[in-house]
Write a protein that binds this ligand. Structure first.
Ligand SMILES: C=CC1=C(C)c2cc3[nH]c(cc4nc(cc5[nH]c(cc1n2)c(C)c5CCC(=O)O)C(CCC(=O)O)=C4C)c(C)c3C=C
Ligand SMILES: [Fe+2]
Ligand SMILES: [Fe+2]
Length: 345
């Protein structure tokens, strides 16, 4: 009877048939096409997640449906159009390359898939694929170096929701953060060093991270501390002093208080007040280039900086499929697979 069908009916499988190890990379999600029709369901899923917007449903849901989504879908679709790649949305293209890069670096008996929190492939689809291959032990690796409840927490929720339905539950491990992982820090430093060697260094390096509402941090989300620590470690690796770099938070959504300083405010005040005319910007909170880096920073941010007297603006791309980063990702996976898989040293 459907009413009683709370848990999945699954085939009889012994642990020996279901003991393989898998890795599930997780990222945020992105529309299939840069159109309002494709954006609406994605934005609806994303912005109705209570991890992301913590407002009572009876207030937020009608606002979201009748005002936020119709207005936002149209204007954000145009922004996606400016950064769309031949193969699709940058976020999806780079996540797929990272998944493939990890497969190349780990033994074939480790099954690797990726899933998105708010678009296909969903965690349910990726986990079903892993289960069908005999995977019973899964390492969940959200591709967010700094933990935030609205990114990492929300991604892990999607996996847990699938397990809530499983009768023969998979074993789970999660990587909640890697903001200070040596390989990640060294890959970032190499990316910045090489970019500056090729294009010249600006007067200041800006580390711009995605923002979160200040209220979420006040209630215990450690995110900004981890962002600042990443910046500090990369700066030390590059031999930069405190006057050589700045940390800021971008992509504010809505009218509430978000983490400060805001990247957008600095694009005005750095050239105008602080006389910084040559700026380099890197976004270490994103391991893949996406709308928020390619449009908001590299296009709109550059325009704003120049409109306020800036003279040189270099956007340093995310790690994407940089071999050092893929090596770091493989190391991170191996560290967290200890005792599930043994490696010859
Ligand atoms: C309350 C709203 C939002 C919170 C909190 C938030 C946190 C957060 N987001 C990312 C990473 C990404 N966000 C991206 C896009 C994006 N983010 C929001 C809102 C919040 N994010 C919206 C509405 C959007 C969609 C675009 C828009 O309408 O402006 C993306 C890019 C996706 C892509 O397809 O390219 C990423 C990546 C993190 C890491 C984070 C918390 C730390
Ligand atoms: Fe976001
Ligand atoms: Fe704090």
């Amino acid at each position: 009877m459907k009413l009683l069908d709370t848990f999945n009916t699954e085939p009889h499988i012994t642990f020996e048939q279901q003991n393989k190890v898998g890795i599930l990379l997780m990222n945020l999600g992105t529309p299939e096409r840069p159109t309002p029709e494709s954006l609406s369901p994605y934005l609806r899923r994303f912005l109705s997640d209570r991890r992301v917007v913590e407002l009572p449903g009876f207030l937020w849901k009608p606002l979201l449906r009748f005002a936020v989504i119709p207005l936002r879908a149209k204007h954000v679709a145009e922004n996606y159009g400016r950064v769309w790649l031949n193969e699709g949305s940058p976020l999806k293209v780079f996540t797929e390359r990272q998944c493939e890069g990890l497969r190349q670096r780990l033994p074939d008996n480790i099954y690797i898939e990726y899933a998105m929190s708010y678009s296909e492939p969903f965690a349910s689809q990726a986990l079903a694929k892993l289960k069908a291959n005999g995977v019973g032990r899964v390492l969940v690796l959200p591709l967010y170096p700094q933990y935030a409840a609205s990114s990492t927490g929300a991604a892990v929720d999607k996996v847990l929701n699938v397990l809530l339905k499983q009768r023969n539950q998979m074993s789970l491990r999660t990587v909640s953060r890697f903001y200070d992982h040596e390989g990640y820090i060294k890959a970032l430093a190499a990316q910045i060093r090489n970019y500056r060697a090729e294009h010249g260094a600006g007067e200041m390096l800006m580390f711009s991270f995605h923002g979160i509402p200040q209220m979420q941090h006040d209630k215990g989300d450690p995110y900004p501390h981890e962002c600042r620590k990443t910046a500090q470690l990369v700066a030390a690796e590059l031999g930069l002093g405190e006057q050589d770099y700045t940390v800021s938070f971008q992509s504010q959504f809505g009218k509430g208080k978000w983490l400060k300083p805001s990247t957008q405010d600095l694009f005005v005040s750095l050239p105008k007040k602080d006389k910084i005319k040559k700026l380099d910007v890197v976004c270490p909170g994103f391991v893949s280039d996406c709308l928020e880096t390619m449009e908001e920073i590299a296009i709109a941010g550059r325009e704003e900086f120049f409109a306020n007297g800036g003279e040189q603006f270099h956007y340093i791309p995310c790690l994407n499929d940089h071999p050092l980063w893929l090596d770091a990702l493989a190391d991170l996976a191996k560290d967290n697979l200890q005792s599930w898989v043994s490696y010859s040293l």
